[in-house]
Design a protein around this ligand. Structure first.
Ligand SMILES: [Zn+2]
Length: 285
């Protein structure tokens, strides 16, 4: 990759992370991080900042986010370190059709034979390698065939686990927030994996010719995020939910540090304010 292109990628992807993530260096996307169990059968198998989640069942596993092409060996190693087989990944899901969450999908499909399930609005981007959105050519990634097209509210079931796909559009047309119930000891916890609530630099919210409904889509995104029941607060980047800090608390904390409904509400509220401020600015208010 040419260096000027790389710097654009870095600028864009850093922006994807949002306010807290601005300080993150690009190395955090490819730097290994200890895989860990969040709760029950829900595990973290991503890098220091690009979050990938493994949901394990006795009938195979679900993987959320293939991340960058170079992330694939790292995700595989994390799955194996937790004692599971990469080949047992039966379903591959993503947060949204940006390279930092989906560029590794073609390779993971090849390695595992997993069925790739993507929200309708992101399917054209996924199957063409990011081209139709034309947000920027540097967001291109290897195209991958989608095996099941998802609609808002669709369920993805493997074994005894059920994930619900919530359309939280704006960041991309098919940006997806995943929820599931996780049995942890005697408790049943609500997990929410936020797709992305962020307005990236260069996003046009007013008179956007290729995505005219982008601003009202963001409004829908925030309506949905505010409405979800939450115990476990998770997201497409570890920095959304202070993953590193919470992970460090795991060995000693009396209660699961990933249970953080207040942090979730604070984050969503702050991100909505940032969106509305940018929208006002673009409307000349
Ligand atoms: Zn993104």
């Amino acid at each position: 990759m040419k260096s000027y292109v790389l710097s654009l990628v870095i600028a864009f992807l850093t922006a994807c992370v949002g306010v807290r993530g601005v300080a993150q260096s690009p190395s955090s996307w490819t730097e290994p991080f200890p895989p860990h169990t969040i709760a029950g059968n829900l595990h973290y198998v991503g890098s220091r900042d690009l979050a990938s989640y493994l949901i394990t069942t006795n009938e195979g596993h679900i993987l959320i986010n293939s991340s960058l092409e170079e992330s694939v060996p790292l995700i595989r190693a994390s799955v194996e370190k937790l004692g599971f087989k990469f080949a047992d990944v039966k379903v591959l899901l993503i947060s949204h059709a940006h390279a930092d969450h989906c560029a590794g999908s073609a390779e993971i499909k090849k390695l595992t034979g997993a069925r790739y399930m993507v929200m309708e609005g992101d399917v054209p981007a996924i199957e063409s390698g990011g081209a139709p959105r034309k947000l920027a050519d540097y967001l291109a990634f290897p195209p991958a065939k989608v095996d099941r097209v998802l609609k808002d509210g669709d369920e993805v079931k493997v074994g005894d686990s059920v994930l619900v796909a919530h359309l939280t559009p704006g960041h991309t047309r098919g940006c997806t927030t995943w929820t599931m119930k996780v049995r942890d000891g005697g408790k049943l916890l609500d997990a929410v994996i936020i797709g992305s609530p962020n307005v990236n630099p260069g996003y046009i919210l007013v008179n956007n010719k290729t995505y005219p409904e982008i601003a009202t889509d963001y409004e829908k995104c925030f309506r949905v995020l505010h409405s979800l029941p939450v115990d476990l607060f998770l997201g497409a980047h570890g920095s959304y939910y202070d993953m590193e800090k919470k992970h460090a608390l795991l060995p000693t904390a009396a209660t699961n540090p990933f249970i953080d409904p207040e942090g979730y509400r604070r984050y969503v509220t702050e991100r909505e304010q940032a969106f509305r401020a940018e929208w006002d600015k673009q409307m000349g208010k």
